[in-house]
Design a binder for this molecule. Sequence first.
Ligand code: FMN
Length: 197
Amino acid sequence: MDVYTAIHGRRSVSTLAEDVPPRTVIERLINAAVWAPNHHLTEPWRFHVLCGAARSEMGAAVADRLEEELDPADPATSGAIRSARSRLSRAPVVVVVSQNGSDDPMVNLEDYAAVCCATQNLMLAAHAEGLATKWRTGDMCDYRASKEFLGLSEADRIVGYVYVGYPAAHLSSDDRERKSPEVGWLGWDDPSDSVSV
Ligand SMILES: Cc1cc2nc3c(=O)[nH]c(=O)nc-3n(C[C@H](O)[C@H](O)[C@H](O)COP(=O)(O)O)c2cc1C
């Protein structure tokens, strides 16, 4: 699959079949991820690949710890705990992509950008392999309990939970439009290009 076909064809998919993709395929996705550009050559990414019982084990460990981490008086707490317990089981494989923290704020920012690029590489490679993905974030990225379960430090950042599996429904590549981007063409000879969008 050429890169334009992969970029245009990849779509976030919420409903995944239960079949577990082969581990060798997931390894290929991770090997594609790490070819992302990375200004400081820190290779700041880390991957935890959850499958089978590991998904509910992480969900249960995080949910149990949230009883202490969250405010019991907050009406949202019980829903957050319930959701933490079950949400990772929505995909046969969950790749947790994290960034190693840096003390230097600029490195930290650029490393975050690099890990986002790595995540997109992983999703494009998955699409080329006939798999579907969804990048999920939210509170599960920020809970101390999530980092603790994965052995991450407070300074590390969970950049996303990439849900990976076979699409349960047919994938349409054009079901979501993109607006024409604002583009400033500077220094181009043809004046009609100079304020094109
Ligand atoms: C940083 C980031 C975080 C995201 N977090 C979520 C999320 O928590 N839940 C979700 O359903 N989708 C999430 N998405 C997926 C977007 O909703 C999705 O990419 C967007 O709707 C565009 O659809 P497409 O991926 O099919 O082009 C996230 C995407 C990115 C880049």
